[in-house]
Design a protein around this ligand. Sequence first.
Ligand code: GAR
Length: 203
Amino acid sequence: MDKRKIGVLVSGRGSNLQAIIDCISKGDIPLEITAVISDKDDVLALERAAKAKIAGFTVNRRECSSKEEFEEKINAILIKAGCELVVLAGFMRILSAAFVNRWQNRIINIHPAVLPSFPGLDAQKQAVNYGVKISGCTVHFVDEGTDSGPIILQKTVFVLDGDTEETLAARILEQEHKALPEALKLWAENKLIIEGRCVKILA
Ligand code: GAR
């Protein structure tokens, strides 16, 4: 049986992309990544895609006259690549409601905090500054808001005395690399049922 195809949107390092690539190549997730799309040139994520022989694309926002055109280009690549699901793996742009609605319940994001705490930018810094004792990561479906969609799964880490944004981010990242592949495996196996803003996981 053909594997279901997904597209991954990235903006930089691509360590979450790598985690997915590694799980797929080990045979742990019955999916195929058919497009990696970056909003920036020359990022490590695109090198990772090339190394894994996955088609990589750059869609530069500055080269588009509007956000609409930017998203139209991304959409066209995803459609051409036969993607059923879009994964935001460190993609640092907010997608418009129009794009989200087009891909309703078919966009998954990883965020480095236990939502609904600390949405948006610099989540790990927000957690350190707030003084929380537990943080972590959240994998969720994307809705029209910022980091507000139905939660698929979360993993936690302790925030330690003396943690900086960087040390906390590194500890959370280890959990991200487990959480995102785990969520994608559940999606690939049709085990995620969205009910309102809750996600039920079938046994
Ligand atoms: C990850 O920590 C991811 O959770 C975060 O960016 C990093 C990307 O790392 N995403 C967000 O903050 C989105 N709001 P990576 O490029 O090595 O996967």
